[in-house]
Ligand binder design. Structure first.
Ligand SMILES: [Zn+2]
Ligand SMILES: [Zn+2]
Length: 208
């Protein structure tokens, strides 16, 4: 079902996305000005580290939203828990979602990182920290897009994305489908899935 463009949920998601974009632009601009020629080496470290951490964080948030609270939990219920719960009811529905529905919850989850990266003083090592926080925020946005591609038919996914999935640089469909297979208690990481073997083992141990 296409959401009403005036539903309160959608208006909140649009505001969150607008705030996220503004903060990313501000944070990126001040980093570029402060770093100068150092920007390239800083990003060459920050981006891979952030892509690794984003996978771990995506697993933690996903596991928490699948395991605790409900859609009626104040604030988090509507903005963060609801998309995960609805996704389990109809995993393919997200392939029909537009930009706002796909990325609203991700932008909300990433706000603390982009707010922190916007406020950090910029000097020395904090530039690397800021670049990592900013990359994690953008990685959160990419994560749900990778999740969406993992659920899409091969013919609907661009060839370059299929190549990245085959080489496990982003979440492959066969890997993520194990999360949607009984007993539905593993493979929570959704950016690239690299942390899933470790997280699955830790969760099995914690449950025992
Ligand atoms: Zn789940
Ligand atoms: Zn899924």
């Amino acid at each position: 079902m296409t959401p009403s463009t005036t539903s309160p949920q959608r208006i909140v998601e649009q505001i969150v996305i607008a705030l996220f974009v503004l903060l990313v632009c501000w944070s990126g601009l001040r980093l570029a000005v402060a770093a100068g020629w150092l920007l390239v080496p800083i990003l060459s470290i920050a981006v891979p580290v952030a892509w690794l951490l984003t996978d771990l964080l995506s697993g933690l948030v996903h596991w928490a939203c699948d395991s605790f609270g409900s859609v009626n939990t104040p604030i988090l219920g509507t903005l963060l828990i609801r998309p995960f719960r609805e996704h389990h009811g109809d995993p393919q529905a997200m392939t029909r979602h537009d930009f706002v529905e796909t990325h609203g919850a991700s932008c909300f989850a990433a706000l603390p990182f982009v707010i922190a990266s916007s406020l950090l003083p910029l000097s020395g090592i904090t530039m690397l920290l800021q670049a990592t926080l900013l990359s994690i925020a953008l990685g959160a946005l990419a994560t749900n897009q990778c999740h969406k591609w993992a659920h899409m038919e091969d013919v609907s996914v661009p060839a370059s994305i299929r190549w990245a999935q085959r080489h496990h640089l982003i979440l492959p469909g066969w890997h993520h489908h194990q999360h949607h297979t009984a007993p539905f208690d593993s493979h929570f990481c959704m950016a690239n899935g690299w942390f899933n073997p470790l997280c699955n083992a830790l969760l099995r141990r914690w449950r025992r």
